[in-house]
Design a protein around this ligand. Structure first.
Ligand code: HEM
Length: 160
């Protein structure tokens, strides 16, 4: 059972970091043999990253919807993220090549893929976690009580 941090807390963003949203959309449900390996390789990459303290990967959380899988990831920097993605000794780069060889993005592709890379900068991000287990950006970088100069959204935007 996750530990609940009671009260109001906010992420302690002192340096820029990165929110990386990545997902797949199953276009053809019956082609199980094509999309299950894509979903499985995502899990393997998260496991690879979770074991490497120097990768710059911070946390990940997976969300499932009808036909869609979304993974919400936090990274220390875009350099770390792109370094991982293009390192031929890690799981991602070969999976990228394999994806275009087996599936691709042409008409009739059985799986759709997407990602969005968002740089989170102090002064441009506001967060609140009320009586929640560690979550989102707060889980990735830690939190402070949302009191005093962090009491309201406007104040939090001004301090971090
Ligand atoms: C931890 C999970 C993952 C991370 C952090 C990640 C990250 C990235 C990044 C940063 C890029 C951009 C690389 C560049 O253009 O220089 C990229 C591209 C790509 N990734 Fe991933 N990825 C992940 C999982 C996957 C999975 C599971 C697949 C499919 C098996 C995949 C397939 C691709 C493909 C095909 C591209 C090229 C897209 C294009 O520009 O056409 N990725 N990924």
């Amino acid at each position: 059972m996750a530990v609940i941090n009671y009260g109001r807390h906010t992420a302690n963003l002192t340096d820029p970091c990165v929110l990386f949203l990545i997902g797949m959309r199953v276009n053809r449900l019956r082609s199980v043999g094509a999309w299950v390996p894509v979903a499985r390789s995502m899990g393997n990459m998260i496991a690879e990253l979770a074991q490497d303290r120097h990768s710059g990967f911070l946390t990940a959380r997976t969300w499932m919807g009808w036909r869609n899988v979304l993974v919400q990831q936090y990274w220390r920097s875009t350099d770390d993220l792109i370094r991982y993605a293009s390192d031929s000794n890690r799981l991602h780069r070969p999976a990228w090549t394999d994806f275009y060889r087996r599936i691709g993005v042409a008409d009739g592709a059985v799986v759709g893929i997407w990602h969005e890379t968002i740089v989170l900068e102090p002064g441009k991000v506001e967060t609140i976690y009320g009586s929640m287990p560690a979550f989102g950006l707060g889980e990735a970088i830690g939190t402070l009580p949302a009191t005093g100069k962090r009491e309201s959204a406007a104040k939090r935007l001004a301090v971090n």
